[in-house]
Every structure is written in structure tokens, then in C-alpha cells.
Write a protein that binds this ligand. Sequence first.
Ligand code: NAP
Length: 297
Amino acid sequence: MESTIANLLDGKALAQKIQTELQQQVEQLQGQIGRPPGLAVLMVGDNPASAAYVRNKERACQNVGIASFGQLFPSNTTQSELEQAIEALNQDERVDGILVQLPLPDHLDAVPLLHQIDPGKDADGLHPINLGRLVRQEPGLRSCTPAGVMRLLQEYKIDVKGKHAVVVGRSILVGKPLALMLLEADATVTIAHSRSHDLPAITKSADILIAAVGRPKLISADMVKPKAVVVDVGINRVTDDTGKSRLVGDVDFDSVLGVAEYLTPVPGGVGLMTVAMLLQNTVLSYARRNQVVPNAP
Ligand code: NAP
């Protein structure tokens, strides 16, 4: 069989390009609106991975000129204290985007908090109104990770129309909204999950294969159709043979590199696109809330 080496879908470069475009839009809009866009990230407790994600988001905000209204709550914060904080941010005119960093400590229930966020400020696109708009193909704030995947495919001119796209994973955070976005883009979509029979047969039929599972190296080369486009959403921390901890995706990168036509690296793929889409959603809601239209980049 003819051997190939996949082209990498470079999320790092694209995220950087999007940030530069957003920075220019913010500069232009700020002149009209008279204040910068604002994003509030609420974090509870001291989960080190979450703290690193929040730091990255705040740094990215700073780079594009978005003001951060981050709030760090102690791990014994109550549900009603968080409800009050969200209500205050819903009313705060300086805040255009609100997100609750997940996971929350066990005694807290994330779902009612996500539902409480003003849908117009729902930077993560996880409010039922925004998910409903996605189902109905109406404009709205789209979930960041799936939107990042779609933007990456678009950047590399990967036409999904009529193609068989297989999404492995059906979470409300990634798998389900991504399947809907692929459907909206005219792909023929299959969603696979932990109860699917014969996963390799399903994945091998994919022209576009998305792994959003959370299992290191679940997708091996023999599960991939030659010349498929493979997008790895997974982020898993593993300890390698030398005892070092590192991040890997759900795809066995080294082997799949020799089968796929396109492949995302981890890190450097979808993760950075998620942050770029969060910033984009914040700028979009800033423009919408102030009824101004940003210049096209
Ligand atoms: P999740 O809520 O745990 O969902 C995982 C999904 O994978 C579930 O639908 C589950 O099926 C399915 N699954 C589990 N084991 C499977 C198996 N052996 N075969 C087939 N399907 C299987 O996770 P998530 O929040 O969607 O996140 C998925 C991965 O993406 C994680 O590694 C996470 O860290 C990463 N992630 C990355 C980003 C980013 O920015 N790159 C953002 C969010 C998440 P059931 O529904 O049947 O249980």
C-alpha cells in the first residue's frame, strides 16, 4: 500500500492568526463603544489543571484587549453564592462573556449555573438557548471546542459536504454539538460512543474522524481509513516510560500519521482553537450587545 505522511492541522498557528484578527476588531470597536470587551471566568477550588486553563484564557484575553473579570472562589463556596455571582455578572454592563470553569467540586451542581448565565453572555455556548439555536441552525453563540474544530477544517479547505463524518464521543460539551455542526455543514454524520458495537468498523468508514473520548491512544492506525482527516480532541495526561508526565490525545499519533491525510497534534491542535473561539464569542457578544458590526478581518 502507498505510504503517506499526514499533513498537520496546526491549531497553534490558526489560533494566533484569529487572535491577531480579534485584536484588530477590538481596537476598531472600542473606538465606537468606549470600553473594551469583558470576559468573566468563574473558578471554584484549586484544581491545578483548571487553574492552568484559566491562566491561559486570561493571558489570551490580555493579548487581544479583552478585560478579565475573573473570580476565584474557595472550594467550600455554596451553590447560592455562585448563583449570586452569576446574577451580578449578568447585570454588569462591562461583562460580555461569562464562563464557569468545569469541573466544579462535587457538592456543586454545574447545570443550573450554566442555565443561569444570560444566553447573550454565554461565551462557552453551553446554555440550552444557544444549543437550541444550533439545533435550529439559527445564529447564536456556538460551543467553543466544536466551533474550533469546524474553523480548523475550514482553514485547511477541508470540504465536509457529503462526506461521512464519524464523531466518537457524545458529550454535551463536544461530541453532540460537533455532530450538529458537521450536519449543518452537510456532512453525513455518525456518532459513536462507549456502547457502540464494533467501533473499528465505524471509524474505518469515516472520511472525517473526530475523537472526543478521553482515552489515550484509543484510535489506532488500523481504525483509520487511508487518507482520512483525523481530528483529535482528547487531552489526556499520561506518564511515559521515563516517568515524565505529558499530554496526549485519543489518537495514536505516531501510527495514524502514516495513514491519515490530515491530523491534529496534541498539544498544538484543538486545545488552542478552543481558547480562540472563546475570545471570538466574547467579541461577538460585545458587538451584538452594543449593536455594532465588526469589520471583516
Ligand atoms: P466525556 O464527557 O467524558 O465524554 C466522553 C465520551 O466518550 C462519552 O460520550 C463516552 O461514551 C465516550 N467513550 C468513552 N469511552 C469510549 C470508548 N471506549 N469507545 C467509544 N466511546 C467512548 O468527555 P468530553 O468532555 O467530551 O471530553 C472528551 C475528551 O476531550 C477529553 O479528553 C477532554 O479532556 C477533551 N477535551 C478537550 C478540549 C479541547 O479544548 N481540546 C475541550 C473539551 C474536552 P458514553 O456517552 O457512552 O459514556
